[in-house]
Design a protein around this ligand. Structure first.
Ligand code: ZN
Length: 339
């Protein structure tokens, strides 16, 4: 009961890249960089196991950013001439690459880190990739001329990589779609269609992560404009409940999302955010167990997976380690309490 897991990313060690950044520069190159990525992956697997995390992740140690880390392996994209674009429904500007030709995989995107992770843990292994809608909101289009068409083209590439990850021994494949909260109507229609295309033919567990973003200033300012109750989930959770995606990872603790939203996901596994990634204060096991208790009003025990609200990538490493411990300890406490 209550298998706990994380949304995906973890901080990169100082010897791998710059720290506390969403787009950090690598510290090494070539073979040395490959070794540093491997060592960081193994370190975080051990840290997750020690903390009692049941479904572990590679911590996204091998990619610079959660979207561009996949795009690097796609042909048809110009990374040399980035352009400034408003992203997340113009919440903030980012320098983004451009699609300039038909999209194609250059080869495997995540084989190396997936195989390293698989070789170093016996726990269930989750692998994360950006969702199609989030990708097209983080890249400029100079080729397809139609956002949905471009999203479907990316969904086919994600599917190709996802099938290969499944063959590498990955147990859960999760697509990150924070953009669903910015384009709620599109999420309910073509956003879910694109996810279906990305999971086509998979036998492993499939998940989607939908949050209110990392704890960066642009997101904190945006959240201030959303009022006392954040009801974005309400607009597409009913459609998601009817979808073929098995698990939904959502933001819960310290957010203004009404807990009733979780009740809209009948029939789905719900990965409940019990760890706040926008605060450096480490939760106590008691707080974590209490959040799990509140979620139990809307999610059946056997479908509740304690999780983090979002990735921990930009956090201080020691704080992230403390939060992993709190997640594990709080889950153990909840198991005793609600068994
Ligand atoms: Zn997130």
């Amino acid at each position: 009961m209550f298998e706990c897991t994380i949304a995906g990313s973890l901080p990169k060690p100082f010897w791998l890249s710059e720290t506390n950044k969403l787009w950090p520069q690598w510290k090494a190159q070539g073979k040395e960089l490959d070794i540093a990525k491997r060592d960081a992956t193994v370190f975080w697997l051990k840290a997750q196991e020690d903390a009692g995390i049941d479904i572990v992740s590679d911590g996204e140690q091998s990619r610079q950013h959660f979207v561009h880390g996949f795009l690097e392996f796609v042909d048809g994209i110009d990374f040399e001439h980035k352009v400034k674009m408003g992203i997340r429904n113009n919440r903030y500007d980012a320098m983004v690459p451009k699609v300039v030709a038909k999209l194609r995989m250059k080869g495997r995107a995540h084989q190396t880190e997936a195989r390293i992770a698989r070789a170093h843990t016996r726990r269930k292994l989750k692998f994360t990739m950006p969702g199609p809608m989030t990708i097209i909101d983080t890249i400029a289009d100079e080729f397809y001329g139609d956002r949905v068409k471009m999203a479907m083209a990316f969904a086919d590439l994600l599917n190709q990589e996802a099938r290969a990850l499944e063959a590498d021994g990955v147990d859960v494949i999760q697509f990150d779609e924070p953009t669903f909260n910015a384009f709620t109507k599109e999420a309910a229609t073509w956003g879910i269609d694109a996810l279906h295309r990305a999971i086509d033919g998979l036998k492993c567990t499939t998940a989607v992560h939908i949050c209110y973003g990392y704890g960066i200033k642009q997101n904190i300012d945006w959240k201030r404009t959303l009022g006392n109750e954040w009801r974005q989930y309400e607009e597409f959770f009913p459609a998601l409940a009817k979808s073929r995606i098995q698990q939904v990872s959502l933001e819960c603790t310290h957010s203004r999302v009404p807990a009733q939203m979780m009740g809209l996901l009948k029939g789905k596994d719900v990965l409940v955010g019990v760890i706040d990634v926008a605060s450096d204060e480490v939760e106590t096991p008691e707080e974590v167990a209490a959040t799990i208790g509140r979620a139990l009003e809307f999610v059946p025990k056997e479908r509740l997976y304690p999780c983090t609200n979002c990735g921990l990538a930009p956090m201080d490493r020691e704080i992230a380690l403390g939060k992993l411990e709190a997640l594990g300890a709080g889950t153990r406490l909840a198991r005793q309490r609600y068994a």
